[in-house]
Design a binder for this molecule. Structure first.
Ligand SMILES: [Zn+2]
Length: 1039
């Protein structure tokens, strides 16, 4: 019989129980010391390789004798161990584990299949050989353990985000068989939960004392040396945990999860193995716990497993059928939520959802992006269009300045689409099932009273790992205990269904979900960003030209498989630690190689499509100039001449179409526009004037004046300098590649140029330009060509920088003669406004923001737009437009951004609104240069246009073949309303269209979406920022 506690000293009672379960103290006599019983050694042999071999390749190598204590490496190598074991006969009836400890992430292979991951950091140091050894069970066994020379979070030298230590050695510190005492484990779980309640509920709570005294009594009745005493302790715990809470208890939906960064502090190839380690463990847990549900995102990772570990993939499919393995997210990878284009975001879902449907029989119902650095205001529309109305994340809990006011709410996007959002209130996707986390989930929940349900994601994350049996044991024990919320093992579907029931009470958040941290990720690793923009453009052009070729040529085969492959590479690189630049050097190098693949294959496909497009058209052999944008363009183009030289020509190309390149005799057409004049004054300053704008540069290359000629209106603030480069000290609090802190603004240093460096480049006519050099610092320099073309409403700044800095941030500024409390920034399929002042904490937390191709600052009837061809970081404070150019963080990649860069930005003053002035079109033009492709056979002699749209507010963004293979002659068109207005418009086409139907973003027909097609045109109606997709069924080829 238990003895009553004699005294009332809270701390001694608490610490007594703590020591009873401690892994560090008194293990000679406490309960923890009894967790394992008898043990015996195993026989080890090993071999080391620099490659990531398959199991089949590995087991055929020569293994040499090895032992515990061996060191191996270096970083990124692999040590394979053969483990020969014999379980002693005396252990019949016992649970037997292989205990394995190494600082390298390990994977156990049994009979040629991966069966479990083992990682110290993931609290997985034992592999259960049998939960009860029976008479007659085989006792001799050979296993293989594949030990990667990296930890769960890579191999950072000194701290986790430091660059990997290439020389690091790893060690095997334990490998033995041991008897495991499951009853001891269960008592330890109970005692730890009781301690958690005693501490977490606090001394004002009577249940806290009940928990403490129950634990104390358990210690009194339990003699670790006498297992027969355990049942008395267990009975005390069961009585306590069996005391249920009331009907109004909050319900926590605990879902297993394992966040695996697709590449981060380790390369893509290691992630393939991380998936196997994490998910083979998960399969075992699902076998052992039939109520355990695991939510798994990122189709790419599942595809890797399908290709590299087909047996494991088949098991995952089995558990998906049982409802235990739940694919979530719907996307190819968990992409960055800010930088990818609208079309890229659509493709994340298109590739992802189709993969989930094909492999797991259904599409995902929840969008899942727990770890991304902010969320575009267009995501609600994009996810809704892809069959998803629910969204789970938690990253806004990282906000540095403001605490986000909701955990469960409706999110209304730019176009008014609404989705239900839940942030697990524990503010983590890597919970472990402790009482502290369970309590935090309720106390932290900002929507208590409005909804009585919370999500809870448990399992080691970031580097993988996932849930453990101990986490499951804790959560199951807490099922329904007075004093704590109810905990149920649940699925994302069950959670959201419960939240939807309470949804009438929920609040709505309108617009972007801006993360007040990691704002450096809009700029870090400029080359990745540049290549991303360029590859988005290439794939756009390839799809468009291939579609037109398909429509016009009976013999053209649309390169669907190649395009899928290239898109998937681009989508992979948009992962939230790759495109953001927050990855190690190895990852950035792989990503650049993927971009190069897209670039080179894309160009091959582009030429093939162009050749097919003009085949059979009579005309002179030569060049074809192609416009992939949905409006007519007249631009100066550099045409290749024999011998590698170029000549400038002014060409006009119709919307989504082509024109023959001007022949040498036609190179000097009658110019309707004023030619460009270039004048250098005696003081060294240069004026460029094309009759639309007049640009004046001072002798150092700074912009002293920018005038809209027709109105005489000056765009540069009085007495101020535009095109002013500025350097900032850029030392964040910790997350080097990620963060630029507010205080960097206090270190602003203008880079002063030297008078006399400015010179005239191109002398005028079709094009005029001026060039200068600028020494940024003793080690970094810049050169720039400022270019003005005939008829062009903007001036371009072609910039080359040699950048060798540490913790510096380079920006360029344009103080405008404009006053407005808000500026406009382009985002996916639209734009939004942000304040230009720092009134409230929500305003000043946005001192560094992101945009896509343009930003604009306008007052009534006049404005100034800043366009770019590969930048994302920006800001407008007061009247100063600023573009973020280059950073120099040193972790996790010391080489980030070092070296040569090339980029272009442009400045466009305008009358009226930016919409009417054509800023959106101008930014597209800058990003989608006219293509001059050589026609292998005679090039067409006439111009041709496939599509045009009657309203400039509507952008025809994408033309592609439909995904479904049974629709080879069906095109998909995607259009969006770009002004922020209600619009009726006509879409014209010269293609032989048989039928036109509206569809969703996944290309599924809208049953009521038939469009009437008359006189080669169809009518479309848009609301502000609405994205519409249509299927155009083409007539059979003429043949
Ligand atoms: Zn992540």
């Amino acid at each position: 019989m238990a003895v009553a506690p004699f005294l009332k000293h809270w701390r001694t009672t608490f610490e007594r129980v703590q020591k009873f379960v401690s892994p560090a103290y008194f293990t000679d006599c406490n309960l923890r010391g009894r967790l394992f019983g008898d043990s015996c050694p195993v026989t080890l042999s090993s071999f080391l390789t620099s490659e990531r071999l398959t199991y089949g390749e590995a087991v055929q190598q020569d293994f040499s004798p090895a032992q515990v204590g061996d060191r191996f490496g270096p970083t990124w190598w692999t040590c394979w161990f053969r483990v020969e074991l014999v379980i002693p006969e005396a252990w019949v009836g016992q649970e037997v584990h292989l205990c394995w400890q190494s600082d390298g992430e390990s994977l156990v292979w049994r009979d040629g299949e991966p069966v479990q991951g083992l990682t110290n950091e993931g609290e997985k140091t034992s592999y259960v050989l049998t939960d009860k050894l029976k008479e007659g069970d085989p006792r001799s066994l050979t296993l293989y353990v594949e030990v990667a020379c990296n930890g769960l979070l890579g191999a950072g030298k000194g701290n986790i985000i430091a660059a990997p230590d290439p020389e690091k050695l790893f060690q095997l510190t334990q490998a033995r068989l041991a008897v495991f005492h499951r009853d001891v484990h269960k008592l330890l779980v109970d005692l730890e939960l009781l301690l958690g309640m005693a501490k977490g509920l606090g001394e004002h709570d009577q249940r806290s004392f009940q928990a403490l005294y129950t634990a104390n009594q358990m210690v009194n009745v339990c003699d670790p040396a006498q297992p027969e005493t355990y049942s008395a302790a267990k009975a005390l715990a069961s009585k306590f945990f069996g005391q249920h809470g009331g009907e109004s208890q909050h319900t926590i939906h605990a879902m297993g999860h394992c966040h695996i960064d697709t590449a981060w502090l380790w390369p893509f190839k290691e992630t393939v193995r991380k998936c196997a380690r994490s998910w083979s463990t998960t399969v075992r847990l699902m076998e052992q716990n039939t109520d355990f549900v695991f939510a798994c995102s990122q189709a790419q990772q599942l595809e890797w497993v399908k290709n590299h570990y087909p047996g494991l993939h088949a098991r995952l499919q089995e558990f998906a059928c049982r409802g235990q393995f739940v694919p979530v997210g719907g996307t190819w990878v968990e992409m960055d939520g800010n930088l990818p284009s609208g079309e890229s975001m659509v493709r994340q879902f298109l590739q992802g959802q189709n993969f989930f449907l094909q492999e797991f029989g259904k599409m995902c119902s929840e969008f899942w992006l727990p770890d991304t650095f902010g969320y575009s205001a267009q995501l609600p529309q994009i996810m809704s269009g892809c069959g998803i109305k629910r969204f789970l994340t938690q990253k806004l809990s990282w906000n540095l300045v403001n605490s986000f006011p909701h955990h469960t709410f409706f999110w209304e996007g730019l176009d008014g689409s609404r989705v239900l959002v839940h942030f697990p209130p524990g503010d983590s996707y890597g919970m472990q099932g402790s009482v502290e986390e369970v309590l935090k989930t309720v106390t932290n929940n900002r929507d208590k009273g409005r909804t009585n349900h919370s999500g809870f994601l448990f399992g080691f994350g970031d580097g993988g790992g996932g849930p453990t049996q101990t986490m499951l044991d804790r959560l199951k024990r807490l099922g329904n205990t007075d004093g704590l919320p109810r905990v149920q093992l649940s699925s994302p579907g069950q959670l959201f269904t419960a939240l939807e029931r309470d949804s009438v009470q929920l609040c709505t958040w309108v617009g972007e979900l801006f993360l007040e941290l990691h704002n450096g990720t809009y700029t870090t690793h400029a080359q990745l960003k540049k290549r991303n923009r360029e590859c988005e453009q290439i794939l756009h052009d390839v799809e468009m030209l291939s579609s037109l070729a398909l429509a016009r040529s009976a013999h053209f085969l649309y390169p669907a498989a190649q395009l899928q492959h290239l898109w998937r590479l681009l989508l992979l690189n948009q992962f939230h630690d790759v495109l953001t630049g927050s990855c190690i050097q190895l990852v950035a190098e792989d990503a650049m190689n993927y971009y190069e693949d897209i670039h080179s294959h894309g160009n091959t496909l582009l030429n093939a499509a162009a050749a097919a497009l003009c085949a059979g058209e009579p005309g002179p052999k030569g060049l074809l100039v192609i416009n992939t944008l949905p409006w007519k363009r007249t631009e100066v183009l550099a045409l290749p001449k024999p011998g590698g030289a170029h000549s400038l020509a002014l060409v006009t190309v119709p919307s989504v179409g082509y024109a023959p390149a001007p022949t040498p005799t036609s190179l000097q057409p009658l110019l309707p526009q004023q030619p460009v004049f270039v004048v250098q004054e005696t003081d060294g300053s240069v004026t460029l004037d094309n009759g639309i704008i007049r640009v004046r540069l001072d002798p150092t290359g700074c912009l002293t004046s920018l005038v809209l000629v027709a109105s005489g209106r000056e765009a540069i603030a009085e007495g101020a300098l535009g095109n002013q480069f500025v350097l900032f000290d850029d030392v964040p609090l910790y997350w080097d590649a990620w963060d630029v802190m507010d205080y960097h603004l206090e270190t602003r240093k203008p880079v002063r140029g030297q008078a006399g460096t400015l010179a005239v480049g191109t002398e005028g006519g079709l094009r005029g330009s001026a060039c200068f050099l600028l020494q940024i610092s003793p080690s970094s320099r810049l050169s720039q060509e400022v270019v003005l073309d005939i008829g062009c409403p903007y001036v371009r700044f072609h910039t080359e920088v040699h950048w060798h800095e540490a913790h510096k941030f380079l920006k360029v500024e344009f103080p405008a003669r404009i006053r407005s409390p808000q500026a406009t920034y382009e985002i996916q399929f639209g734009h939004l406004q942000r304040p230009t002042h720092y009134n409230t904490s929500w305003d000043w937390a946005r001192y560094e923001v992101w945009a896509h191709r343009w930003i604009d600052l306008s007052e009534c009837d006049f404005g100034l737009a800043l366009l770019n061809n590969c930048k994302y970081g920006t800001s407008v404070r007061g009247n100063v437009l600023s573009l973020s150019l280059l950073r120099a963080p040193k972790a996790p990649d010391v080489t980030a951004d070092m070296g040569r860069h090339e980029f272009t930005y442009a400045l466009m003053p305008h009358k009226g609104s930016f919409q009417e002035a054509g800023v959106i079109h101008a930014a597209y033009n800058l990003n989608f240069p006219l293509l001059a492709l050589s026609a292998p056979s005679p090039a067409p002699a006439t111009t041709w246009s496939a599509f045009s749209v009657s309203s400039p507010a509507v952008v025809l963004e994408t033309i592609k073949q439909a995904e479904k293979s049974h629709q080879p002659r069906t095109l998909v068109l995607r259009l969006y309303e770009a002004y922020g207005s209600h619009v009726d418009c006509w879409l014209y086409t010269s293609l032989p269209v048989q039928e036109a139907i509206l569809c969703d973003l996944l290309e599924q027909r809208d049953p009521t979406g038939h469009l009437s097609l008359q006189d080669n045109r169809l009518k479309l109606t848009f609301s502000p920022f609405q994205v519409k997709s249509l299927l155009l069924v083409l007539q059979p080829p003429p043949n």
